[in-house]
Design a protein around this ligand. Structure first.
Ligand SMILES: Nc1ncnc2c1ncn2[C@@H]1O[C@H](COP(=O)(O)OP(=O)(O)O)[C@@H](O)[C@H]1O
Ligand SMILES: [Mg+2]
Length: 298
């Protein structure tokens, strides 16, 4: 098994120590910000009046307090973009669990965090790689997912060439994308899946969903229609497909590599579907990968 060289371990620990010292120093001015309250002990929890404003003002070292008294200390803001589903902060809870704290971005659409909690077991059951939940949180108030590693890249940024990535790493990422695609090849729908919900995590060496909703649906074996593949929601902007052919074409020349990767995923999904449908000829010697899938599905 690969173990990290000692030097890195020590440096890593020192970095951790500095981080806590800085957080501690900042704490002299730290505030507790209550986001949700219960007017009556058993009544519903309600967002505070200045919900959005308070969230905009919090700084590292401050903490959010939820209606049951749970306190999550803020390490740094990750996403405070208005109009998105959730605001996201790196946070740490009382048990020392660090994670991506998600709170509703719109206090009238508080179900977004509940959807994240509801969706997680469905993704797991269907084999979709995602960042697991580290603290389930409170309905309508918050939840916490495992952090993506530093240097993670969102699919749309990767596809659009936002970063200069060495060729060998790019190849690894494309291979990993195919792996991800093959895992979801038999799903029609992963609700809210699109180009900005999927990140390549360099430590996991995997593409993982970091955002999702509450539904997952499998394709039916009837009517092979690859337009219904969940993966299409991720690559759809960059490729052209039609109902009458299985061929995938790039939307522009620079997306040829996405079309090639997606073509493999489509072919794989077809092989799996053919294996599932007894009306089609089953040729196991031609499809070892799908034989395994076939056994898993039945
Ligand atoms: N678990 C996580 N760890 C680190 N960053 C995350 C995590 N989840 C989301 N992010 C970042 O937060 C931003 C918004 O993410 P997303 O999960 O799509 O939320 P939303 O769509 O609600 O804004 C993205 O930049 C993403 O990289
Ligand atoms: Mg999102």
């Amino acid at each position: 098994m690969y173990t990290k060289p000692q030097l890195f371990g020590t440096l890593g620990e020192m970095r951790g120590l500095w981080f806590f010292l800085i957080l501690f120093a900042a704490n002299a001015y730290a505030r507790d910000v209550r986001l949700f309250e219960r007017k009556q002990p058993l009544g519903p929890s309600e967002p505070i009046q200045d919900y959005q404003r308070e969230i905009r003002l919090v700084e590292p070292g401050d903490a959010f307090v939820f209606s049951d008294g749970t306190r999550i200390q803020i390490i740094r803001p990750i996403s405070r973009t208005e109009g998105r589903r959730d605001f996201i902060f790196e946070g740490v809870d009382k048990k020392g669990r660090r994670g991506a704290l998600r709170i509703p971005a719109d206090d009238t659409r508080r179900y977004t965090v509940d959807d994240t909690v509801k969706g997680a077991p469905l993704l797991k059951k269907n084999g979709v790689p995602f960042v697991p939940i580290v603290n389930k949180g409170l309905p309508g108030e918050f939840t916490m997912t495992q952090l993506l590693s530093e240097g993670s890249i969102i699919f749309s940024d990767f596809a659009e060439g936002k970063y200069l990535i060495p060729a060998t790493q790019k190849r690894e990422m494309i291979e990993a994308l195919k792996e991800f695609g093959k895992k979801v090849a038999l799903l029609t729908l992963v609700k809210d899946m699109h180009q900005e919900q999927l990140s390549y995590d360099p430590e996991r060496k995997q593409w993982v969903l970091h955002d999702w909703a509450d539904a997952v649906e499998k394709v039916s074996v009837q009517g092979p229609n690859r337009n219904d593949l969940a993966m299409k929601y991720v690559v759809g902007k960059y490729v052209q497909t039609s109902l009458t052919s299985t061929e995938v074409k790039p939307a522009a020349p620079q997306y040829q590599w996405i079309a090639d990767a997606y073509q493999e995923i489509v072919d794989e999904s077809y092989r799996i579907r053919e294996a599932k449908d007894s009306r089609l000829k089953f040729e196991p010697y031609k499809m070892p990968a799908c034989l395994w899938e076939f056994q898993k599905l039945n």
